[in-house]
Design a protein around this ligand. Structure first.
Ligand code: CA
Ligand code: CA
Length: 607
């Protein structure tokens, strides 16, 4: 429809008038049950380019969903075919010129409950050639192009993903020379919160302030300018664990000095430990240094109120606040510092010693204050990150301290725990009800058992066997899940949250896909059984495109990727003055809770 305005108007309205029984219509002209739908409406000004309507990308998902980045030639290779057919069909693997190089039959799967799709599975594991290929069925269904072969794209993704942490550093300017991808000059930015003085809130409940504290440094959270001990520490622990795993299995060269783009890339220390130390040093600033709670650690530091998207850290002038110390944050610090101590030993002995002393002091402080819990619902200006169950943190911290010190007293404190050498596959503490996962920032017990798995010399033979069996059992469980999922994902629906009994994929579902894959990867390392490696690859395939959304959830890696993760500074979609995200950033993933106000405003409902 085209119309021409015949006069100038300050304000015009485009309205739809629908009849129905009510104030202006005497009778109901739409029988009960009538559905009125609007779709893809636009008001386009054809005479001026002042307010050009950005044409939406016309995009349809592929008929065959694959890992978009690449398969390894010698490993499992699976894809998912969208089809209403209940008969198996022939598929062909074709090279870039359209020549068939391999063929086989699809496997019937049927209705995939999590996606609502009817699917079949394509397995081309037996093909071991290398190059660029696509899949096609005899019915004409096609996949996008993907690679089989080298691992160079994965190496590149590894370093870009690690660079995420440098670009999230608070307190120093982010320089283009250390940015590994994207528009490096636009991504470079002034230091955010170069002096981060925050007002201490002595009690929960937004009241009672006393004094302030310097919390300069650390990493910002994923989407805002908060700095949270419990999930920042979780990320720090994962990074240190990544290094410890590399040392144990002999590939620490991947993270040696000079391998990462960071300001500390020529200081002789391993770069991965340097990046982790940026957060470790910040955590020291969160320790209560005197009084009744000496050695306890403040839970989090963040803005007093929420800021909007499209703000540079340096322009964030919101008042900063620090929340009270908690048992969870204190034990998280103790665990990370104990782990740091053994990794830095022989590299920087002074720092190693400092970390261990602080870890032991904080562990004792947590034992003296075992029930200072962060409430689940204090999320004004920063994420809640509440945790009302710290039995897991006690186990984790004691395990790290035992491995680092060899002191049997710490070991004795782990053996009574329900988590002792266990690998859970359902999480039920704090925010979680029955999450399909083994660990996250609030359910940290397995982190202690991961460290135990990497340090078998600290344990007797019986314990080592228990650890190996526990990992195998959990990994078998995730492989079984993959086989029962149309998209091969080692994850599934659960209760959404402690305050939302609906079922679905929870906030950050992709993190559980990745973390459950880590459990399978560990089982491979401990047992040498390659089915666990293929299981971990199944999780990777899902994250990189073999999913119902036809998205690679990692920016820059794949043929149809996430581009606009929720982020204050990489807010180009909101304001062109801001840069797009760099490569290597993973999105949180499908989220049935639909907490996003924009999604709610567009009319979507849970379920
Ligand atoms: Ca270095
Ligand atoms: Ca916990």
């Amino acid at each position: 429809l085209t119309f021409t305005a015949n006069q100038n108007m300050e304000v015009a309205e485009w309205a739809f008038h629908l009849g129905g029984s009510g104030q202006y219509t005497p009778q109901d002209c739409f029988p009960e049950g009538t559905v009125i739908s609007f779709d893809n409406m636009s008001l386009v000004d054809l005479t001026s380019d002042e307010n050009d309507y950005p044409e939406q990308e016309v995009w349809q998902r592929a008929d065959i969903l694959t890992n978009q980045l690449g398969y390894f030639s010698g490993r499992a290779k699976r894809a998912t075919l969208l089809t209403d057919s209940d008969k198996e069909t022939e598929f062909q693997l074709k090279d870039a010129s359209g020549s068939s190089v391999y063929s086989g039959k699809t496997k019937i799967f049927g209705f995939d409950e999590d996606s609502g799709d009817n699917v079949q599975v394509i397995d081309f594991t037996d093909f071991t050639g290398e190059g660029t290929f696509y899949l096609e069925t005899s019915d004409g269904a096609q996949s996008r192009e993907f690679n089989i072969g080298g691992s160079s794209e994965y190496s590149s993704m590894l370093y870009d993903s690690l660079n995420y942490f440098y670009q999230n550093r608070s307190g120093i300017p982010i320089e283009s020379q250390f940015i590994s991808s994207g528009d490096t000059s636009a991504l470079a930015r002034a230091a955010g919160h170069p002096t981060d003085m925050a007002e201490i809130e002595q009690t929960w409940g937004y009241s009672g302030t006393s004094g302030s504290i310097d919390v300069t440094g650390g990493w910002y959270d994923a989407g805002d300018h908060g700095k949270y001990v419990v999930n920042g520490g979780f990320s720090l622990w994962m990074m240190q664990n990544q290094y410890e795993t590399a040392v144990k299995y002999g590939f620490e060269d991947v993270y040696a000095d000079g391998t990462m783009l960071i300001p500390e890339c020529s200081n002789s220390y391993p770069d991965l430990l340097d990046e982790a130390r940026w957060e470790m040093e910040w955590m020291f600033s969160m320790i209560v240094d005197s009084g009744e709670y000496e050695g306890m650690v403040y839970h989090k530091a963040h803005d007093e109120k929420w800021t909007a998207l499209g703000i540079a850290p340096a322009d964030d002038d919101m008042k900063r606040i620090v929340k009270p110390p908690t048992t969870a944050a204190t034990l998280n610090f103790a665990a990370c510092a104990a782990q740091a101590s053994r990794l830095w030993k022989g590299i920087d002995d002074d720092f190693s010693k400092k970390c261990l002393e602080a870890a032991e002091r904080s562990y004792e402080a947590a034992k003296a204050h075992p029930d200072m819990l962060a409430p689940l619902d204090e999320s004004i200006g920063g994420g809640a990150y509440g945790d009302t169950d710290v039995e897991d943190e006690f186990y984790w911290a004691a395990m790290e301290l035992f491995i680092t010190t060899g002191n049997e007293d710490y070991y004795d404190e782990t053996t009574d725990s329900q988590f002792f050498l266990d690998v859970p596959t359902t999480l039920g503490g704090g925010e979680s009800v029955d999450t399909v996962g083994s660990f996250d920032w609030g359910n940290t017990a397995l982190l202690g058992t991961f460290s135990a798995a990497l340090n078998p010399d600290s344990f007797d033979k019986g314990d080592v066997e228990i650890i190996g069996d526990a990992f195998a059992k959990a990994a078998d469980h995730y492989i079984e899940m993959e086989e029962n999922q149309g998209y091969g994902v080692p994850y599934g629906q659960s209760t959404l949250s402690y305050n939302d009994s609906d079922k679905g994929y929870i906030w950050g579902s992709n993190s559980f896909v990745a973390d459950n894959s880590i459990v399978m990867a560990y089982s491979y390392l401990l047992s040498g059984d390659e089915k666990y490696l293929d299981g971990a690859i199944g999780g990777m395939d899902y994250l990189l495109g073999r999913n119902a959304m036809d998205y690679s959830y990692v920016t820059g890696y794949g043929t149809h990727t996430t581009e606009n993760p929720h982020y204050r500074y990489w807010a180009n979609q909101v304001d062109a003055a801001f840069p797009k995200a760099p490569c290597g950033v993973m999105a949180g993933g499908p989220n049935s809770g639909m907490q996003d106000p924009w999604v709610q405003g567009s009319g979507w409902k849970k379920g």
